[in-house]
Write a protein that binds this ligand. Structure first.
Ligand code: SF4
Ligand code: SF4
Ligand code: SF4
Length: 421
């Protein structure tokens, strides 16, 4: 049975027992990976050139209508991946693994902009993925992970199930995750955990994902209690990316969005903080400092986090849309409106081919896709997130450094502000 070490548990509990939103929250979160951490080594090459993680969007349909959902800003038709197309993907990955003398296939992550459990063939797709020998993860709203599905996930050996839970009080949950009920989802998470215990299995690990907003940030300690109760392996907190005007007041990074600009620069003094208690005595002073100093580190960790670092490209990931189109990341799977750094932007979707026409390996190795990955590794885009804005920044088609579509200088994933499981 997976059990967090007492040291980790005590540390996080100590952090979360303090006031939400204070500087102590940053310290604990950074340490355990739910907030900015030091940039990983190896900017070019390495993982970025090896396909290690494939996000598969099996459907864009969903049984909920969350306030936060990107689909609120869409006008494209919804759809789901045919089982035959998914089988073809598995065959391609199998052939690729054989060519590389039985190399481990990439991790398959059932996620995207839709709810995978509404796909009628989901369990068969999961079975095919496990038969391939791949690590398998799924991101779900949890509403349909009932006892039967929980047993299916356990029997198949699915490695991790991420539950998106943006509140742990029923009214808040219902207001954000419209159409869902906290009691039901909470029962499903606990049910999966208890069924796993009964079956004496350690998988699936349980992850909890939380979209932090002004109206729900005080729910984090309660979420942590739920994580402890079900022995969750991870709690991932992301910021909100507004897609509709009614969400603008909910963002929590109006100030921190600019921090990466001065990280490691000589324009402002670098403040080096030690590991230090966060409590009633230190809290106000540290909060004031964090609010003013743009260039600091805390016991060596940089609160500006992973600036100019694409977690998809640098992590060797790709994303496949329900119709087979291959994008470099989930944000580029679909065209959508987004609010970044005080202005609206229309993000165009980007694809380097379709698995309905070409193998994933060929698409991955194609010159345009390889060149794009090199460009993202170097991250030589215009700094649109930190700039005052211009007409070029109204889309991701070009920037003032002469880069052409798709440009990534306005991407909040690359600044550690928005995060995905
Ligand atoms: S569960 Fe996900 S896909 Fe469904 S409405 Fe909510 S955010 Fe959108
Ligand atoms: S394209 Fe250049 S001028 Fe325009 S917002 Fe980006 S960095 Fe600023
Ligand atoms: S848009 Fe963002 S997430 Fe996608 S490839 Fe560019 S930097 Fe990465």
């Amino acid at each position: 049975m997976h059990k967090p070490s007492p040291t980790i548990a005590e540390d996080i509990a100590a952090v979360l027992s303090l006031k939400p939103g204070g500087p102590h929250a940053f310290a604990g979160a950074a340490r355990w990976g739910v907030a900015p951490a030091a940039a990983p080594a190896g900017r070019a090459g390495g993982e970025a050139d090896r396909l290690t993680r494939v996000y598969v969007e099996v459907t864009t349909r969903c049984n909920l209508a969350c306030r936060t959902c990107v689909r609120n800003g869409w006008d494209e038709p919804l759809g789901e991946m045919p089982l035959a197309l998914f089988r073809s993907l598995i065959a391609q990955l199998h052939a690729g693994a054989q060519e590389r003398a039985g190399a481990q296939p990439p991790t398959l992550v059932f996620a995207g902009y839709g709810e995978p459990t509404v796909h009628p063939e989901l369990l068969e797709m999961l079975r095919l993925s496990k038969d391939l020998g791949a690590r398998v993860e799924m991101v779900t709203n949890g509403t349909r992970v009932d006892a039967a599905m929980a047993r299916g996930l356990i029997d198949l050996g699915v490695d991790r199930v991420w539950f998106s839970v943006d509140a742990v009080t029923p009214e808040r949950y219902a207001a954000i995750r419209r159409g869902g009920q906290l009691a039901e989802v909470s029962d499903h998470i606990r049910g999966l955990y208890h069924e796993r215990l009964r079956e004496r299995r350690i998988l699936p690990e349980i992850g909890l994902a939380f979209v932090a907003m002004r109206s729900n940030i005080d729910e984090l300690p309660g979420l942590y209690r739920l994580a402890m109760a079900v022995h969750a392996s991870d709690v991932l907190v992301t910021n909100l990316l507004p897609h509709t005007p009614d969400m603008l007041d909910e963002i929590l990074y109006r100030r921190s969005i600019g921090m990466g600009r001065y990280s490691q620069s000589h324009e402002v003094p670098r403040v080096h903080l030690p590991r230090i208690d966060f409590d009633e005595t230190t809290g106000p002073a540290l909060l004031a400092l964090l609010g003013r100093a743009d260039n600091l580190d805390l016991a060596g960790a940089d609160p500006a986090g992973q600036s100019d670092y694409c977690p998809f490209v640098q992590g060797g990931a790709t994303a496949i849309r329900w119709d087979g189109r291959v994008s470099p990341c989930t944000p580029l799977l679909h065209a959508h409106p987004v609010f970044v750094a005080s202005r609206w932007k229309h993000v165009k979707d980007s694809s380097f081919g379709s698995i309905a026409e070409q193998s994933l390996a060929d698409i991955w190795a194609s010159d345009p896709y390889a060149a794009f990955r090199r460009k993202v590794q170097a991250f030589d885009f215009a700094p649109c997130v930190f700039c005052g804005g211009c007409e070029l920044d109204e889309s991701n088609e070009e920037d003032c450094k002469g880069n052409t579509f798709p440009v990534c200088g306005g991407c909040l994933w690359a600044q550690g502000i928005v995060r995905c499981p």
